[in-house]
Design a protein around this ligand. Sequence first.
Ligand code: G6P
Length: 612
Amino acid sequence: MCGIVGGVAERNISNILIEGLKRLEYRGYDSAGLALINQGQILRERRVGKVVNLEQAVLDAQLNGSLGIAHTRWATHGKPTENNAHPHISGNVAVVHNGIIENYQELKDQLETLGYIFTSQTDTEVVAHLVNDALKSTPSLLEAVRLVVPKLKGAYALGIIHTDHPDELITVREGSPLVIGVGIGENFISSDQLALLPITNRFIYLEEGDIARLTRTTIEVFVDGQLVERPITELDATVTNASKGRYKHYMLKEIYEQPEAIKQTISQALNGNALREDFLANANDQFKNIQQIQIIACGTSYHAGMIAKYWCEQLIDLPCQVEIASEFRYRSPVIVNQTLYLCISQSGETADTLAALRDIQKRAVSKHLDITTMAICNVATSSMVRETNYSLLTLAGPEIGVASTKAFTTQLAALMLLVLKIGTVKQTITAEQVSQLIADLWHIPKILLDTLQNNNEILALSELFVEKQHCLFLGRGTHFPIALEGALKLKEISYIHAEGYAAGELKHGPLALVDNEMPVVILAPKDDMLDKLKSNMEEVQARGGELFVFADENSGIKSKDRQHVVNVPTVHPTLAPIVYSIPIQLLSYHVAVLRGTDVDQPRNLAKSVTVE
Ligand code: G6P
């Protein structure tokens, strides 16, 4: 999704803005631009494609200035062209924008009748013209922005500069993330703190509706024209470690970080083979009362939620529903008393999940319902964590690869902890079961390390996928969501069309696709469904399909003609989905590398989907 970086300093900040944009590349984008104020002029460069293209243009033009805004654009309104790239200029005003201005057409019509000429197809350009127009009635840039904001409908974060205000950067947060990086004698803004980490570890997280004015030495935040206090948060080093290290791609590094990330995530909640007394202790009363869980999430996080549904029902006898946030929010959901509404999100900023959460809260208030909201999230400072009653953090560290890996498996670990916690409070699980599962959970990091040893074997198999057009993933029970996740991973980074299916559904459609050109990936842990899965494998083989089986080392499934088996270490069947995530991640990764795609930033996709 679009990324904003801006700053006001004494030094030339063009390099800082470019470096910031590079650090936002992982979010996904298709063009980039930058504007600086220098001696009463706006200097602007915009380029289609990668930030390096913009960097070269800025170097060639020798642009410099101590006040500026920069942007990576992920096209929503208008194609990825230079004219549509931000910043957009009207008169002496330059604007960058994340999000969507929903009523832009109406505003554009009004502005055109006033004589404003549009040079792009974007929704953003209306903001530049509106601020320019508002400056006819006030000399204050801040005041002009305040006059414009009520006219804008939608979700947005803005960075605004003006040639007559060479020491002033105005920013607005309304529905799209924005942080202020607090420097010494200089201040910055960005849609993600990662962009500013080379400069500062001190951040102010703006709230929805905040308008801020930054100068080199001051930061003022306003709500409805009134000055408000916003605390400065200092981040520690673990949050800030986001380099690729010795790995070729962030995704591979993140796959290998999973044993440690899981260890970190479970350590916060466990004391030996028991849950810590203080783990989510402030939610005990709420957890005791809940009658069901409703999970809301998108993408990979949704798949984590699907697995949690099996766990809730099997382990603690608690009904659990899971729904994609973009569907949930638009179908007038009936909000039910004594329900735990659980948002799962790596970023904590996904527009649909956040909107669903806000809608749930609004409906619950209007009907005087007693509900509990909670987030499982990888970003402690995110909107979702701040806006829910309780949160449980996945301690995965920053995830940069668009294809989620360590965020997913740590979500599973966190969900298991939550299920054990709720079951304990509600007394629907025995202390023995809890301590057995925790003992098995402690073994997971080691089992993941052993599973990662299969890397070369999986690399060799991935060569057989390179020329394929389609692929099927099959699993049963908690490995049905893993099959969905495997298909998602493969399609998003290798661009091979892939489908995940519950193996029991094979005969109801996908079997028609199976021929000798169709690779079929099977997830075969040693659980109650193994024999049924073996029958499904026979059905595929009988139709000439080629099987790639990730199977428990004691499953009895062996390699043979057109059946390639990779052995996975034996694991407690309940926790197996955490382990079987590894081979599907490695398979997708290697296929994508062999096909030469942009593994960390696949085409058309974004890491943090902050618009719907
Ligand atoms: C995007 C990302 C996925 C992620 C999904 C949900 O599609 O590319 O990796 O699973 O958003 O994001 P969230 O931050 O809410 O987990």
